[in-house]
Design a binder for this molecule. Structure first.
Ligand code: ADP
Ligand code: ADP
Ligand code: MG
Length: 743
């Protein structure tokens, strides 16, 4: 411990975030074109000695905190995480040897307190992750001043790049092309409108403080300028606070691609580009899929982008990991600087995959004063060798409902197998709750293939194995993206989702074997979990003469064309594992019958979420089908079926529906069992008068109690069964005295 304290006290000045002018670096020379001198934070030190990072506080949450902690642990760095009250049981709060409580949900933003905690606990370095305080120069500065190594760029570079207007001035001065537009301080409505007219409509309004696609509005004509400006300003002020209302007016590129370059710089004057990422597949100006290399990009443009990105980083004396974002106009093939994100990005794994690097490790090494581990040539050689990588962001949201965010408990979570080429960065495990207080990203799935097509195919296959129950996700949507021909061809642009909505949205038919499997699965849970009296399986067994069971489901799935329909399934057990299953959808004349199918299932109850899960393997006439059936712990009738990579949501129809679905006829003067069941109790006595609707018998079927009510007013003649009796469907339960009035 002492050595740690000593280490932080002795921290070389060069580690306190001050940009140094590395002598003899041709590349650094570019930095002199930056309009503002960097003397304010320069201490003149050229000390480039290396002080390894030995302890770190991660000022973030979720998957990024876990991601950073993983590398920190592998480097032997003692790691501490922070958590708020609602995150107390979260994975990131549990993953490290030390974790400090912060309290309120917004406390991740409490910079001074976090710096104080780092000092108090003698922690040498602070990693800000992304989001929260990661691009806050005041926070970086506070760390520097407290003698804590900020694992990120110097505060000055953040200030220069943090403001979209200022960064564009610097870029223009350094010869990096920017989108034509107005970045000035004159902010009256009239002035901005006049600039918009000069730029020519359509224009894009953007907050100088923007991020995450917020505070941006497209203005297509002069008439709508004022309304859009007002709305952009309101959103920006709400998201970014004071100063957020300051707007840029940019030429709106009608068919843009978002292509960004991962850059990395050290304190020795080196700056490399680790390839580019195409992040054009977006919704609400937010990325959903990111890939490297960018598809359909000629090598000259690609290299030019890398050069411009390095130039941009060097112009602000950048140190550490950063991303230079460009917008590429598909109509003219021109590209323009959009902004620089002075941090690690969500999608950094894509670049790690194609370059075979660990960028968090690079961050720690650069923060310690080391040189970059690879040269530009070495990186390029790796990129050529390693093919393509693609990342899908798995969000708690409903794409069919305008990508509306969702939250809730992950009742069931099953992930694809990971390996060297299939990676998952996630912040949650089964049983965790995705809170509406924070970003709804559940996980990132990253895959690599020898080329782009292979990577997409592998991604699609992995997504098919990703199963989530408990909240809406975009997984089904992501699969459809992967199957979209236009996407496979690489014809991407930021309007992609809108342009291809016919193909990407809308219901698809659900095949009958899904319903067959749901019924077989339910039967499985029941026969496995509820052996009936006399050693017989409920409703089945040697003694049963009619060993079949009926189920009715209502499809409750936006993504199915059968949405709302009742589907009736009859399962007949022929022997131990052999069944006939007939499935009839509402509106079909006759059922589809699957004969002699072999089916096996096992049920478990998830320890964390107590969801009941049944895994089935059934040999249908043409194929083996593996299915997972999940019953919601809070609502046993809510079923989710995962089958052949598709998710279908059903509702086991409640008793009222059952009768209707089964077309149950009320036999005059008697009441019969609507389904195979066990008699729990008789609610009436022989000779008793009852009103229509009065409870007669309570039965249990599929672990569900059902009250059988009187279809008529009358007098009970006979109760056919006593408590504990097992009855087949159609067995008479109650007989009435025959009277003329009974109807
Ligand atoms: P001591 O602090 O006296 O060595 P501990 O065993 O409690 O005793 O702590 C071991 C080391 O971990 C110490 O160097 C301590 O400063 C450090 N430490 C304690 N709590 C934290 C924390 N939350 N985050 C980081 N380091 C911590
Ligand atoms: P943020 O800080 O929110 O990330 P950006 O400036 O990076 O803001 O822009 C976010 C997204 O908005 C881009 O990825 C792109 O889809 C779109 N966009 C930005 N500028 C333009 C423009 N001039 N024309 C068209 N689309 C743009
Ligand atoms: Mg951006």
């Amino acid at each position: 411990m002492r050595s740690i304290k000593r280490a932080s006290r002795r921290l070389p000045a060069s580690l306190r975030g001050a940009p140094t002018s590395a002598p003899g670096s041709g590349a650094r020379f570019l930095s002199t074109t930056a309009p503002t001198p960097s003397t304010a934070t320069t201490n003149g030190s050229t000390n480039t000695s290396v002080t390894p990072i030995s302890s770190v506080l991660i000022a973030n949450r979720g998957e990024i905190a876990l991601r950073v902690a993983r590398t920190a642990a592998s480097m032997g760095i003692r790691t501490t995480t922070l958590y708020t009250d609602i995150d107390a049981a979260s994975q990131h709060a549990k993953c490290t040897p030390y974790a400090i409580s912060l309290g309120a949900p917004s406390a991740y933003l409490d910079g001074p307190r976090i710096v104080e905690l780092a000092k108090k606990h003698g922690i040498q370095a602070l990693h800000p992750g992304y989001g929260f305080l990661s691009e806050n120069p005041a926070f970086a500065k506070a760390c520097e001043e407290a003698g804590i190594v900020f694992v990120g760029p110097p505060a000055k570079a953040m200030t220069d790049m943090g403001d979209k207007a200022r960064s564009k001035e610097i870029m223009n001065a350094s010869g990096v092309p920017c989108v034509p537009g107005y970045h000035g301080s004159e902010q009256s409505v009239e002035q901005l409108k006049a600039r918009a007219a000069e730029i020519k409509y359509p224009v894009l309004l953007k907050s100088v403080k923007g991020g995450g696609g917020k505070g941006m509005r497209i203005v297509r004509t002069a008439d709508e300028f004022e309304a859009q400006l007002k709305s952009a300003r309101a959103e920006a002020r709400a998201s970014f606070g004071e100063g957020g209302e300051v707007m840029l007016v940019e030429k709106y590129i009608v068919r843009p691609r978002h292509v960004e370059v991962q850059v990395f710089a050290d304190r020795h004057g080196n700056c490399v580009a680790l390839g580019e990422r195409d992040c054009s597949i977006q919704r609400r100006h937010q990325k959903i899929l990111e890939e490297s290399p960018a598809p359909l990009l000629d090598d000259v443009t690609r290299k030019d982008l890398w050069d411009k990105a390095r130039k941009a980083a060097l112009a602000v004396d950048y140190v550490g990991a950063g991303t230079v974002e460009f917008i590429l106009d598909k109509d003219t093939n021109e590209f323009y600087f959009m902004e620089m994100n002075t941090r690690l990005q969500v999608e950094h794994p894509v670049s790690e995959m194609v370059t075979g690097t660990d960028l968090v490790e690079w961050q720690f090494r650069v923060a310690a004063g080391e040189k970059l581990p690879l040269t530009q040539d070495e990186i390029e050689a790796r990129i050529l060798e390693r093919g393509a990588a693609i990342e899908a962001r798995i969000y708690a949201e409903n794409p069919e409902k305008g990508f509306f965010p969702d939250s809730g408990t992950l009742v069931h979570l099953s992930k694809p197998q990971t390996n060297e080429d299939v990676r998952i960065d996630a912040g949650f495990v089964e049983g965790d709750t995705v809170s509406e207080a924070y970003d709804g990203m559940i996980a990132k799935l990253i895959v690599r293939g020898k080329d782009r097509e292979t990577a997409i195919r592998k991604l699609e296959l992995a997504l098919r194995e990703y199963e989530v129950v408990g909240l809406s996700t975009n997984i089904e949507f992501l699969k459809r993206l992967c199957n979209s021909q236009a996407f496979i061809e690489g014809d991407v642009e930021t309007g992609f989702i809108d342009n291809w909505k016919q193909e990407l949205f809308g219901a698809k038919p659900t095949s009958n074997d899904v319903f067959a499997q749901a019924a077989l699965g339910l039967l499985g849970t029941q026969t496995q979990n509820a052996p009936a009296a006399h050693g017989q399986t409920l409703g089945f067994g040697e003694a049963a003469t009619q060993n079949s069971r009926k189920f009715a489901f209502r499809v409750q799935d936006d993504a199915s064309t059968e949405e709302g329909k009742i589907v009736e399934v009859e399962v007949t057990q022929l022997n131990n594992k052999l069944f006939n299953v007939s499935v009839r959808k509402e509106g079909d004349d006759k059922p589809q019958v699957f004969e002699n199918i072999v089916s096996e299932s096992t049920s478990t109850t998830a320890p964390t979420s107590s969801a009941k899960k049944t895994k089935l393997t059934t040999y249908f006439p043409l194929a083996r089908v593996n299915t997972t059936l999940v019953q919601d712990p809070a609502d046993n009738e809510k079923l989710t079926v995962f089958q052949l990579g598709h998710k279908t949501q059903l509702r086991l129809v409640s008793p009222g529906w059952f009768d209707k679905a089964l077309g149950l006829k009320e036999v005059a003067a008697s009441v019969v069992a609507p389904m195979p069941c066990k008699i729990l109790r008789n609610e009436v006595e022989e000779g008793q008068s009852v009103e229509k609707g009065a409870p007669l018998v309570v039965i249990e079927s599929m672990k569900m109690e059902t009250v059988i009510r009187s279809p008529q007013s009358g007098v009970i003649k006979k109760l056919a069964h006593k408590e504990g009796d097992i009855c087949k469907a159609g067995t008479v339960l109650v007989l009435f005295e025959e009277t003329d009035e009974s109807s």
